[in-house]
Ligand binder design. Structure first.
Ligand SMILES: Nc1ncnc2c1ncn2[C@@H]1O[C@H](COP(=O)(O)OP(=O)(O)OP(=O)(O)O)[C@@H](O)[C@H]1O
Ligand SMILES: [Mg+2]
Length: 309
């Protein structure tokens, strides 16, 4: 083995943990598997429909085909508290993950993007650009390498990427009734109420064997809110209090230490509450010890916080 190979840093493995019991999506997974090197796929659909879960599940499954790295960034395009991530900042963290020392990372966006493309040119890597708002946010992050596949997720259709980069649009629909039934381990009346929204179904799945939430048939969003309320009511009082408190704070990258600081708890108490909220499906532990609250649930927590004070 040559010295340069010995010195090569480990390939970045930035993919977060996937959905706990990923279900269905066979045709969409097949479309992602069929992507050729150099291609860009764009998963679109409304909040909570399952775009990130699909991108992450596929990329984790396909990781063996991308031995030179799996890059992931949450561009936070739809966060109602934090600002969207600047492409220059996303590039800095990608370059660092690719082993470029901080002093070699250029200051300008164009120079960073050029160095990134150079670093990616001979790699077989997958890049997941989650929660993009506009094409200009995404473009500098495209590796433009013949052996790299990129998956972008967005609530918006990024037409510019379809036109200029020939990105393949893949709309993500609600889960079918059969998929939802598979997810919940059998058909249940609540499936209609959730309107195929995996986010709502995952809260129901977290409480198997308990009475169903009161129906609110018809409107899937009203139905999903009924499920959110049902889950909130079943929390222990301290966990419910922390959930509402989180409604007033950024919802990504929560740790026991930050929550302890916000709530005046010990780190141990905060860790127990975070674990309860994750078990209920209200938080996702995207890497061990680090949590995020899905946007729709965070909005709901903010509404509760306003109502309780
Ligand atoms: N196919 C699936 N099987 C099981 N659970 C799923 C599936 N898809 C999504 N989920 C669950 O639903 C939740 C919401 O999905 P996800 O975060 O992927 O939505 P999204 O479309 O990325 O939403 P947003 O636009 O707000 O980012 C996930 O946390 C996950 O628990
Ligand atoms: Mg998402």
């Amino acid at each position: 083995m040559t010295e340069s190979l010995l010195l090569k840093p480990a390939a970045p493995a930035q993919l977060p943990t996937g959905a706990r019991r990923f279900t269905g999506r066979t045709a969409l997974l097949a479309r992602l598997c069929a992507l050729d090197g150099g291609e860009v796929a764009m998963l679109t659909g409304p909040a909570g429909i399952g775009k990130t879960s699909l991108a992450v599940h596929w990329a984790r499954r396909a990781a063996g085909e991308f031995p030179d790295g799996q890059l992931f960034v949450n561009l936070r395009g739809f966060d109602h508290v934090a600002q969207p991530v600047e492409p220059a900042d996303a590039l800095r963290s990608f370059l660092a993950a690719l082993g470029v020392p901080a002093r070699r990372i250029p200051a300008g966006l164009d120079e960073r993007a050029a160095l990134y493309r150079t670093e990616m040119a001979d790699r077989r890597a997958v890049v997941v650009l989650d929660n993009a708002t506009v094409a200009t946010q995404v473009r500098p992050l495209l590796p433009a390498a013949r052996n790299c596949v990129t998956v972008v997720t967005s609530r918006n259709q990024l037409t510019g990427l379809i036109v200029r980069e020939a990105a393949r649009p893949i709309p993500v629909p609600p889960l079918t009734i059969a998929e939802a039934a598979q997810f919940l381990g059998g058909y249940r009346p609540v499936i209609e109420q959730c309107g195929g929204l995996p986010l709502a179904l995952s809260l129901v799945a977290a409480r198997t064997g308990e009475p169903e939430p009161p129906g609110r048939g018809g409107d899937p969003h009203a139905g999903a809110r009924g499920v959110f309320a049902w889950t909130h009511r079943a929390l222990t009082p301290p966990a419910a209090g922390i959930f509402r408190l989180l409604g007033r704070h950024p919802a990504h990258d929560l740790t026991a230490t930050t929550v302890a600081g916000l709530a005046g708890l010990t780190v141990g108490q905060a860790a127990v509450i975070l674990a309860e909220l994750a078990r209920a499906g209200l938080l996702i532990e995207f890497v061990p010890g680090r949590y995020l609250c899905h946007d729709l649930l965070h909005t709901y927590a903010a509404e509760l916080a306003a109502r309780y004070h």
